[in-house]
Ligand binder design. Structure first.
Ligand SMILES: [Zn+2]
Length: 259
């Protein structure tokens, strides 16, 4: 065990372990032993963090319910050798309670949490844009402000863009020729012109490409004016795009309730 006495901030815990506070969204939890849980967090300043929450499965636990998936929390963590330890957790927003009460919100939200975990690279590397994107999307979902499927697709496209995989929905993704173009290839990075087109590319309706561009840009009036056929076509292209970049697709995406 490498105790880090020399790096302790003033007022660090009695054990001499580095303590820090951060805001976080709970991405996933996993049972550990009789009463503990491992929680996967996406934090504002420390990126992805996996930490042990001790005793949270006991009914007497003070912060067990605050460390469920979707919860937005203020946490205090103690550095450990491999896993950090959650020492305090306060609720900032109870997204979990609202999202878990509706199957459509729950499946869309679960796909968001899984995508966030997969698209944020190394643990402990700050990923503030991904964090803010996730908190914003969960808030909109929990308040039922917009169609859950559109919120999910918008989140996935923007999260991919932040991760460095920005799709192109206007100019040709290969040669940059100004669009709009009829062909779309997830593997090539988006729209393709007539010259760059390769066999097997999709040819989505023009309105679908407009919808995808609006979802990426956060242009809600345009996105919400779309009809269900275009939304379904857009869902399929976003899923294909994500699958290409993540190697294995999201396990939770096929469960999303698309109506
Ligand atoms: Zn081209």
């Amino acid at each position: 065990m490498s105790w880090r006495y020399e790096r302790c901030p003033p007022g660090a815990g009695q054990w001499g372990v580095g303590l820090y506070r951060d805001e976080a969204v709970v991405l996933r939890t996993q049972k550990l032993g009789e009463a503990d849980r491992i929680v996967a967090l996406l934090t504002r300043r420390h990126g992805r963090v996996r930490a042990v929450a001790k005793g949270v499965r006991r009914t007497s636990s003070r912060f067990g319910s605050r460390l469920e998936p979707f919860m937005h929390v203020d946490v205090q963590l103690a550095e450990g050798r491999s896993l950090h330890v959650v020492t305090q957790a306060e609720t900032l927003a109870p997204f979990g309670e609202r999202i878990c009460s509706d199957y459509g919100l729950y499946t869309a939200g679960t796909a968001m949490l899984e995508a966030a975990e997969r698209l944020v690279g190394e643990e402990h590397e700050p990923a503030v844009q991904q964090y803010l994107l996730l908190v914003g999307a969960l808030r909109v979902l929990a308040r039922r402000e917009r169609d859950a499927g559109l919120v999910l697709d918008s989140f996935l496209l923007r999260s991919l863009a932040v991760a460095g995989y920005a799709p192109s929905f206007s100019d040709c993704a290969r040669c940059g020729a100004p669009g709009p173009h009829r062909s779309f290839s997830p593997a090539a990075g988006g729209s393709l012109c007539g010259h760059c087109r390769v066999p097997g590319t999709a040819s989505p309706a023009e309105e679908t490409v407009v919808l995808l561009a609006a979802l990426l840009a956060g242009d809600w009036p345009t996105a919400e004016a779309s009809d269900s056929r275009r939304r379904r076509e857009a869902d399929g292209l976003v899923a294909a795009f994500l699958q290409w970049h993540l190697e294995r697709g999201l396990r939770s995406l096929p469960l999303v309730d698309r109506t």
